[in-house]
Design a protein around this ligand. Sequence first.
Ligand code: NAD
Length: 320
Amino acid sequence: MERILVTGGAGFIGSHFVNRLVQASDITHITVLDALTYAGNRDNLRAALTSPKVTFAHGDILDRALVDHLMAEHDAVVHFAAESHVDRSLADAGGFVRTNVLGTQNLLDSARRIGIRKFVHASTDEVYGGLPSGSAMEYDQLRPTVPYSASKAGSDLIAASYFHSYGVPVCITRSSNNYGPRQYPEKLIPLFVSRLLNGEQVTIHGNGEHVRNWLHVEDNCQGVELVLRRGIPGEVYNLGGGTDLTTNELTAMLLRETGATWDRVVYVPDRAANDIRYSMDWKKMGQLGYQPQHPLAQGLAQTVDWYRRNPAWWTDRAAA
Ligand code: NAD
């Protein structure tokens, strides 16, 4: 596979993925298709766009003519474009259904017409819903509880159906919570880091005992590339392997890294649907050769350092 179309490549994970693919000598061309919503930023691709291999196409994954045109020029698609923030989905689910479900379907239709060789759909552990104990396997039932995860579950199911119904060579990755540089400061880690660096308070919903698995974005990208190259069409791959932490434990680490203290932390009543714990079994990814490389303490220190050194990147966004 030489020519790769990356949707959502101006966002957080997509831009790290493009940086990774640029290094691969057997990939000759990468096109980023991105609508540049509030979460997308061409500047995230500044380094990648210096490579003659990388082209940027500003557009919507729902634009059938544009998608057909781009799809025809590529061997494979890696699909990251999405509305990705749970709280925004609780305020208004419409854009989430539009982009995540209908946009994914539009890409799949085009992949089917053109006969694409691989379609990697990036999804999330949140589709499994909260698990008080145990770990989700790839074939487990999906039990999403908020519009974001429901729209992702919808996109997973429509993607799987295009494999079964039409033979579109779809692989689905379900990754746990990512963190790292260039993450929009609405997600927990960059929100807390930017506020703590600014001398502001941070807010924990409920008692702070919700458990999330924190995975460095470069480890997720390693996994997505392995699935692009070696994933079996029709299969789902859980991309875990980060570190399980309660919000209280994570907050303690972020306070240490930013030199702040617990008097900056405020507890507020929990929101209605806040899954108690996510956990996935990721042995299947291990069989593809996946091995996370970033211990959490080191990854968080690097991330906080990046936000400390790049206030111009997040100051306007944090105020938005
Ligand atoms: P992000 O919000 O940072 O980036 C999304 C990108 O998609 C942005 O560049 C945006 O401009 C673009 N986009 C949105 N709607 C579009 C449309 N209609 N057409 C074209 N482009 C559009 O998201 P992220 O955190 O980088 O997540 C990428 C993918 O990974 C998403 O599918 C998300 O569901 C999934 N995921 C994210 C995480 C995480 O922790 N961030 C975890 C698991 C899975």
